[in-house]
Write a protein that binds this ligand. Sequence first.
Ligand SMILES: *[C@@H]1O[C@H](CO)[C@@H](O)[C@H](O)[C@H]1NC(C)=O
Ligand SMILES: *[C@@H]1O[C@H](CO)[C@@H](O)[C@H](O)[C@H]1NC(C)=O
Ligand SMILES: *[C@@H]1O[C@H](CO)[C@@H](O)[C@H](O)[C@H]1NC(C)=O
Ligand SMILES: *[C@@H]1O[C@H](CO)[C@@H](O)[C@H](O)[C@H]1NC(C)=O
Ligand SMILES: *[C@@H]1O[C@H](CO)[C@@H](O)[C@H](O)[C@H]1NC(C)=O
Ligand SMILES: *[C@@H]1O[C@H](CO)[C@@H](O)[C@H](O)[C@H]1NC(C)=O
Length: 320
Amino acid sequence: MKLSFFTLSASLLGASAHPKPPKHADFSLVGFAKDNPLGPTTGGYHRYKGETVTVTTPAALISAVNGTTPRTIYLSGTFNLTARLAIGSNKSLIGTRKGATILSKGLNINSQSNVIIRNLGIRGIIGDDGITIRNSTRVWIDHNEFESGGFPALGPDTYDGQCDIIRASDWITVSWNYFHDHWKSSLVGNSDALRDVDLGHLHVTYHHNYWRNEGTRGPAGRFGHQHIYNNLYEDFLYQAIHSRSDNQVLVEGNDSPNTSPDGDYELDGFANLGARNDWGPATINITQVGNFTRVPYIYKLTPLKEMAKVVKAGAGLGKI
Ligand SMILES: *[C@@H]1O[C@H](CO)[C@@H](O)[C@H](O)[C@H]1NC(C)=O
Ligand SMILES: *[C@@H]1O[C@H](CO)[C@@H](O)[C@H](O)[C@H]1NC(C)=O
Ligand SMILES: *[C@@H]1O[C@H](CO)[C@@H](O)[C@H](O)[C@H]1NC(C)=O
Ligand SMILES: *[C@@H]1O[C@H](CO)[C@@H](O)[C@H](O)[C@H]1NC(C)=O
Ligand SMILES: *[C@@H]1O[C@H](CO)[C@@H](O)[C@H](O)[C@H]1NC(C)=O
Ligand SMILES: *[C@@H]1O[C@H](CO)[C@@H](O)[C@H](O)[C@H]1NC(C)=O
């Protein structure tokens, strides 16, 4: 299936300063990163073995994220990386105050488990992803900002994905992030040739993310299950949500003004609509209704009429 969304009227664009988060916004971990067969994602928290460290330089950061010792790492300032950051298991990376900044090279979570990334501004990662989650389980990507600038003039391939989840990764929650001004946002499953690797994995919950001024993939999934609820979409050039190659999405309570049915083509996946969405003038093209109609966890839908306000106020940096 394809869900498509049109260009939104200019009046809804340019949301600048975020208001204070509404009281009833729940910032705790919800979804597949919490409720899954391996146990909740705790990152660097460990009752007995957990360490805490604050880093201000790339060298200190590179060293702190290495290995599998449980460690909570507070990032203060700007980290202009010269190589991708390889994050080990059992880590929380948390930007201080208004958020820390990651520039030039992005983050890898490769063959690891139990990682939390919060309050980081990940900007302008040329030719590669902001975050790549590969062959990894239990990851929570929360309250970050991803943007690149130069959109759409620089085209789809100057940068790569903002947060890509690939190679049988599983049990992931992507919540309260602000994704904007970038072509390819979040790809789940990176090839239609990886059926044997990916099928049965790639369970991802996307909720309360704010997507604005993007090309496509909010998200696009293959071979997995994505629960996509209470996200706000403003201005996608192409498909905002795209399910393909035996993928299943459960899409509910989203607010989306808009797109075009164009974009990536491939064998259609499945889509299920749960609680009511507000698509505005968007085109919705569901070619195969699937069987992913319920999720094995408890979650609370923000009422549709409050969605845009709550997401704009709660998503992105400086909120946790
Ligand atoms: C990470 O830790 C391993 C094992 O202790 C060590 O061999 C390696 O050099 C470390 N890498 C970095 C980037 O610190
Ligand atoms: C980041 O580092 C690159 C070189 O690796 C440099 O060209 C660029 O100007 C730096 N950016 C900032 C904001 O310091
Ligand atoms: C995937 O990660 C596991 C560790 O969780 C590792 O043993 C395995 O070799 C990795 N597979 C690939 C293809 O990277
Ligand atoms: C940390 O991660 C490793 C690899 O995922 C896991 O086997 C181990 O139990 C974890 N250690 C602690 C103390 O939680
Ligand atoms: C819906 O998608 C199918 C298959 O991808 C395509 O053939 C069809 O033209 C689309 N319909 C609309 C209205 O876009
Ligand atoms: C759900 O649908 C898929 C695709 O048709 C199928 O492979 C799978 O077996 C179905 N699952 C259940 C539980 O019926």
